[in-house]
Ligand binder design. Structure first.
Ligand code: ATP
Ligand code: FE2
Length: 324
């Protein structure tokens, strides 16, 4: 079954085509504000204006014709309301125009499912570290449950905010990674872990203060060492608690080589498997939406247009995992 997946929860509009076994194509475009953070309305306008071009590009790359598409899947939440509504509208239009079924999926679970497909992980604890989300997720009792999460801002937002205040354009994470490679000195920063939860706002404030007297490279290095150690610690605690012997990374921050290295070392020391998909499938992408839509449809999930209203606060543990 050929599925088109439409992603639009935040700054990226992306379309992926999945044929039930493999990903045929992926096309994405990210909204980059000229200055400042993401304004939801502006990101939504961006998505609306690029949607036609991205769909065409994904279709061309897939080698399929419009008539070959049998199901449309879209990211129903969680995310920014205006952005979600654009993705949902695009998906509904395709569904109605082509008279094919539509399935709305949970964005966080889509990160998990694509990671499993691409890496062969079977029952991992997933560290989902992106801009807006920072969660430790695993399957328990038929649902993906959040065992730990950030109590304030997502790790990527923390990196992006630090970068923005320092004159580095969005997205800041990759630039901080480059700066950190030239760091020579560790500067102590607030390490905030409570059980399996973390928080980053104290770390951000402290790091911003350091800019008056310390080198940017050393601050970037110290932010990464501190924040990633916190993430690694809570992921390990979840693995021990749940007795799971695989870890999977997902979300844009999972592109970071230092984070990968730290989590991999932790996994190896526990004798556990380490899995991380290619960066283009860690960031928000339409392929993961198509894949999860396919899983859900095959397992019997059906939605009417009335069921496709967007869900800004759609929680990971609200979905029965009927396809696993
Ligand atoms: P979500 O809606 O899931 O919260 P998102 O909108 O933040 O996702 P993603 O594409 O998953 O989108 O992630 C983007 C984030 O990843 C940004 O905060 C960016 O700075 C960060 N990021 C990307 N590459 C790296 C990297 N190499 N190191 C650290 N952070 C990175
Ligand atoms: Fe995401």
């Amino acid at each position: 079954m050929n599925v088109i997946g439409i992603e639009g929860t935040a700054h990226t509009f992306s379309v992926g085509i999945f044929n039930g076994r493999e990903i045929l194509s992926l096309s994405s475009k990210a909204f980059r504000p000229e200055k400042g953070g993401i304004h939801p309305r502006e990101a939504a306008d961006h998505h609306a204006s690029v949607s036609g071009e991205i769909i065409r590009e994904a279709m061309e790359k897939s080698g399929l014709n419009a008539e070959d598409i049998e199901l449309v899947a879209f990211s129903q939440g969680p995310g920014l309301g205006p952005c979600l509504r654009v993705a949902a509208t695009v998906a509904r239009t395709i569904s109605i125009y082509r008279n094919i079924p539509i399935v709305g999926v949970n964005h966080c679970i889509a990160h998990m499912e694509i990671g499993k497909l691409l890496t062969g992980a079977r029952d991992p604890v997933m560290l989902y570290a992106s801009g807006g989300n920072t969660q430790v997720i695993a399957l328990a009792g038929g649902r993906y449950r959040v065992f730990g999460e950030t109590m304030d801002i997502g790790i990527g937002n923390m990196l992006d905010k630090f970068a923005r205040e320092s004159g580095i354009p969005f997205p800041g994470g990759p630039e901080i990674e480059k700066l950190a490679l030239r760091g020579e000195k560790y500067l102590p920063l607030p390490y905030s872990v409570r059980g399996m939860d973390v928080s980053f706002s104290g770390l951000l404030t402290a790091a911003l203060h350091l800019r008056k007297r310390e080198r940017a490279e050393d601050i970037a290095y110290s932010i990464q060492e501190t924040a990633f150690a916190m993430l690694t610690e809570v992921t390990e605690r979840a693995m021990a608690h749940l007795e799971k012997d695989e870890v999977l990374l997902g979300g844009g921050v999972a592109c970071n080589k230092r984070l990968r290295e730290m989590v991999k070392t932790m996994a190896e020391e526990r004798g556990a498997g380490f899995h991380a998909p290619d960066c283009k499938y860690c960031v928000d992408n339409g392929a993961m939406i198509a894949l999860l839509g396919h899983r859900m449809y095959e397992a019997g999930c059906r939605m009417k247009i009335e069921d496709t209203v967007v869900r800004q606060r759609f929680r990971t543990d609200e979905v029965d995992v009927i396809w696993d």
